[in-house]
Design a protein around this ligand. Structure first.
Ligand code: SAM
Ligand code: DTB
Ligand code: SF4
Length: 331
């Protein structure tokens, strides 16, 4: 199948019908499509580093880094290049081939951006793919990131347009879509997904998937985060999402965006190995890898290496700055 067959006109009722369908049918359809687009049993792994932590002026209700919430977080200014390179080198030694750097900004100033460009160059020199998530971007900023060789920009839609105002009030849905337009126009690959377990309904989850799959191009990478409840945030007391719902959303994302990497993202730390295996069966083929996410714990590297071995999953590594890449098959 070629990527020309990808659809960008999914209706809400079609997506809701997928989410409502019997789980085994949904998983079978997702895994069948997965094998038409990707090498089976292969996952992409990205390491994360918070390069500027906390004191963010946005009010995202789930986030430990918002200055509006009373969380117990140690603030950090933009890290020096040596510290970032050391972290990327360690991530590469652990087996990660993409390094994703996150900054708690509403948007980068041009001075901030200048420093991030240096970090991108330094990480690329290690032979790793680069991803950054810096908040909103202008069109010229996106072009500068592209010129520095940035591979991916992460900017999530987070939830449905309908539920969004209950989670974030300081930045609009439209702002997010505009940043994605600037990133796409600059020719940078898009990483965009959302968070589940915020108290949204199944219809909200369908609506988020509709927004993502009806973008002019499907995001290359779609992170599906499960809320990590952080004490002091407005969403800390939200009831747990039924884990089967996470599996359904992953399977639906795989069906709607068959050529995209679907990343099982935040929340793996609290998931059983069996739930993660079900998510991989449902079409997830990417994870954040490393003992930490941005400010919270992730599944440990030891645990993941053991899990990948038990499941027979393989991934790319970087050796002598050369990518060994069994790539997606028909993209
Ligand atoms: N400040 C930038 C922004 O918001 O675009 C980048 C960093 S932000 C932490 C990246 C994404 O991480 C958010 O959009 C959200 O989807 C996810 N995230 C943040 N806190 C989370 C939490 N407590 N649980 C799950 N996902 C979370
Ligand atoms: C994404 O979708 N998830 C990552 C990454 N993009 C930047 C961040 C998860 C953050 C989880 C909470 C924390 O560690 O602060
Ligand atoms: Fe700031 Fe990003 Fe956290 Fe929102 S998710 S408060 S923008 S760091």
């Amino acid at each position: 199948m070629s990527t020309n067959n990808l659809r960008h006109d999914w209706t809400l009722s079609e997506i809701s019908a997928l989410l409502d369908s019997p789980l085994m049918d949904l998983i079978l359809q997702a895994q069948t499509l997965h094998r038409q687009y990707f090498v089976p049993n292969h996952i992409q792994i990205s390491a994360l580093l918070s390069i500027k932590t906390g004191a963010c002026p946005e009010d995202c209700g789930y986030c430990s880094q918002s200055a509006k919430h009373n969380t117990d977080l140690e603030l950090e200014r933009l890290l020096p290049k040596e510290q970032v390179v050391a972290a990327a080198t360690q991530a590469r030694a652990n087996g990660a081939h993409r390094f994703c750097m996150g900054a708690a900004w509403r948007n980068p100033t041009d001075t901030n951006l200048e420093r991030v460009l240096e970090l991108i160059t330094a990480v690329k020199d290690l032979g790793m793919e680069t991803c950054v998530t810096l908040g909103m971007l202008t069109a010229p900023q996106a072009l500068r990131l592209k010129a520095a060789g940035l591979d991916y920009y992460n900017h999530n839609l987070d939830t449905s347009p309908e539920f969004y105002p209950q989670v974030i009030t300081t930045r609009t849905y439209q702002d997010r879509l505009e940043t994605l337009t600037h990133v796409r126009t600059a020719g940078i690959k898009i990483c965009s997904g959302g968070i589940l377990g915020l108290g949204e309904s199944r219809t909200d989850r369908a609506s988020l998937l509709q927004q993502l799959s009806n973008l002019p191009q499907h995001p290359d990478s779609v992170p599906i985060n499960l809320l990590v409840k952080v004490a002091g945030t407005p969403l800390a007391q939200t009831p747990d999402l039924d884990p089967i719902e996470l599996v359904r959303v992953i399977a639906a994302a795989r069906i709607l965006m068959p050529a995209s990497h679907i990343r099982l993202s935040a929340g793996r730390h609290n998931m059983s190995d069996e739930l993660q295996a079900l998510c991989f069966l449902a079409g997830s083929n990417s994870v954040f890898y490393g003992d930490r996410l941005l400010t919270t714990a992730n599944s440990t590297v030891d645990h993941d290496q053991n899990l990948f071995t038990r499941l027979g999953l393989t991934h790319e590594t970087v050796i002598n700055k050369q990518h060994l890449t069994p790539r997606a098959c028909s993209r």
